[in-house]
Design a protein around this ligand. Structure first.
Ligand code: PMP
Length: 353
C-alpha cells in the first residue's frame, strides 16, 4: 500500500477471485465457467473485419445487443442495461441505489462480492443468517429498510427462492430496491424478469459468463423498470460510457441469436449435475439441492479443506471457502460428463474406494 491511497480504502478487503493457476493443466471446476465453447456462430461473428474496426469506439448505447435482449425477454430496450460483467452492475447498485443511512441487506452466506462493495462505499451491511438447511428464509427480507440483494439461485449453495417468495419481498419493500442476482438462473431456477412490469423497485441482474459460455468476454445485463435503468445509465455515462468493447457486443449479439444452443448447453449441464449428485451421494456425500451449474457438497469421511487439497494434487480444482458453517463443503462446478467422471474417480481414490 502506498502512502497516497485515500484513507477511506486503507482497510478495504478486496474480493478474492477463484484461482486461475498456470502451473499445470487442471480439470477446472472452481469458477463456474461453462465447459462448452460459445456458439459456433459467435466465432464467425468475431472475424477479421470486426477486429480491424477496433480502431473505432464501440456503440455506447449497445443498441443491437440491447434490442436483441429486450426481444428475448419480452421487455423494451429502455428496460435493459449492459455492463462489463454483472459485477459492474452490482458495483453501480451499491454505489448509487443505497446509502450510508439505509444500507444493504443480504444473506450471510452468499456471493462474497456483496460485502466488498458495501465496504467500498461505506454502506452498512446487514447479513442475514441462512436457515439450518442453508435455505434463505424470505420472511427475513420483508419490511426492511435498505437495498435487498439476493442471489437466486444463491451461491455457493445453489438453492432457490420461489417467485411468490420474491414477490412477497417486493410487495413488502415498495420503497427499497430489491436486487435479484440471477447469475445462475438458467440452470433450473425461475427468472423474476416478468415481475419488472409490476414492481418498479425490482432490479434483475444476469450474466453471459455462465449459461452463455462467455466469462472471458465480460458481459452482464440488468432488466428493470426504465427509471432504474436510467439510474444505472447515469452512473455509466459518468464513469465509462464505452463500457462494452466492440468484440463483446458482437459476440453477445451472436449468442442471443443462438439461444437454442444456449438452452441445449444448459440442459446438458443440468443432466450432468443430476448424474454427479447421484454418484456423490452413493459415496456418502451430502449435496445441497442445486439449481445452478455447481453443487455444494460435504462428506463426513474427509474434511472439506483436505478434500480440496487432495483433489488439487490430482489435477482437479474445486472451490473451498474457509468460512464458518461452510468450511466442510466444496463448491464443484459442473463440467462435461468426462470432467465429472475424473472428479468422481479422484474422490474414490482419495476415500480409498
Ligand atoms: N453474481 C454471482 C452470484 C456470481 O457468482 C458471479 C460470478 N462470480 C457474478 C455475479 C459475477 O459474474 P460476472 O461479473 O462474470 O458477470
Amino acid at each position: 500500500m502506498s502512502r497516497f491511497l485515500n484513507a477511506a480504502y486503507r482497510d478495504l478487503e478486496a474480493y478474492v477471485p477463484g484461482e486461475q493457476p498456470r502451473d499445470m493443466q487442471y480439470i477446472k471446476l472452481n469458477t463456474n465457467e461453462s465447459p462448452y465453447p460459445p456458439a459456433p456462430s459467435v466465432v464467425d461473428a468475431v472475424n477479421r473485419a470486426e477486429v480491424e474496426k477496433l480502431r473505432l469506439y464501440s456503440d455506447p448505447e449497445c443498441t443491437v445487443l440491447r434490442e436483441k435482449l429486450a426481444a428475448l425477454y419480452g421487455v423494451k430496450k429502455e428496460n435493459v442495461y449492459l455492463a462489463n460483467g454483472s459485477d459492474d452492475i452490482l458495483n453501480f447498485a451499491f454505489m448509487a441505489l443505497c446509502d450510508r443511512e439505509h444500507g444493504a441487506i443480504f444473506p450471510e452466506i452468499s456471493y462474497g462480492f456483496y460485502q466488498v462493495f458495501a465496504d467500498l462505499y461505506g454502506i452498512p451491511a446487514t447479513r442475514v443468517p441462512l436457515c439450518e438447511d442453508f435455505s434463505i428464509d424470505h420472511r427475513e427480507y420483508c419490511h426492511r429498510d435498505g437495498m435487498i440483494v439476493i442471489a437466486n439461485p444463491n451461491a455457493p449453495t445453489g438453492m432457490t427462492l420461489s417467485l411468490s417468495q420474491i414477490e412477497e419481498i417486493l410487495q413488502t419493500n415498495p420503497d427499497q430496491v430489491v436486487l435479484i442476482d440471477e447469475a445462475y438462473v438458467d440452470f433450473g431456477g425461475q427468472s423474476c424478469v416478468p415481475l419488472i412490469h409490476r414492481y418498479p423497485n425490482l432490479l434483475v441482474v444476469q450474466t453471459f459468463s455462465k449459461s452463455r459460455s462467455m466469462a472471458g468476454a465480460r458481459l452482464g445485463f440488468a432488466i428493470a423498470d426504465a427509471a432504474l435503468i436510467a439510474d444505472l445509465e447515469l452512473i455509466k455515462y459518468s464513469t465509462n460510457p464505452y463500457n462494452i468493447n466492440r468484440l463483446t457486443q458482437i459476440a453477445g449479439a451472436a449468442t442471443v441469436d443462438a439461444e437454442e444452443y444456449t438452452r441445449a448447453c444448459c440442459r446438458e449441464i443440468m443432466a450432468t449435475r443430476e448424474y454427479t449428485v447421484t454418484e456423490l451421494k452413493k459415496l456418502g456425500f451430502r449435496v445441497l439441492p442445486s439449481s445452478a451449474n455447481f453443487i455444494f457438497a460435504e462428506s463426513d469421511r474427509i474434511e472439506g479443506g483436505e478434500l480440496y487439497r487432495q483433489l488439487k494434487a490430482r489435477g482437479v480444482l474445486v472451490r473451498h471457502f474457509d468460512k464458518p458453517r461452510i468450511s466442510n463443503f466444496n463448491r464443484i462446478t459442473i463440467g462435461t460428463r468426462s470432467d465429472m467422471d475424473a472428479l468422481l474417480c479422484a474422490v474414490k481414490e482419495i476415500l480409498g474406494e
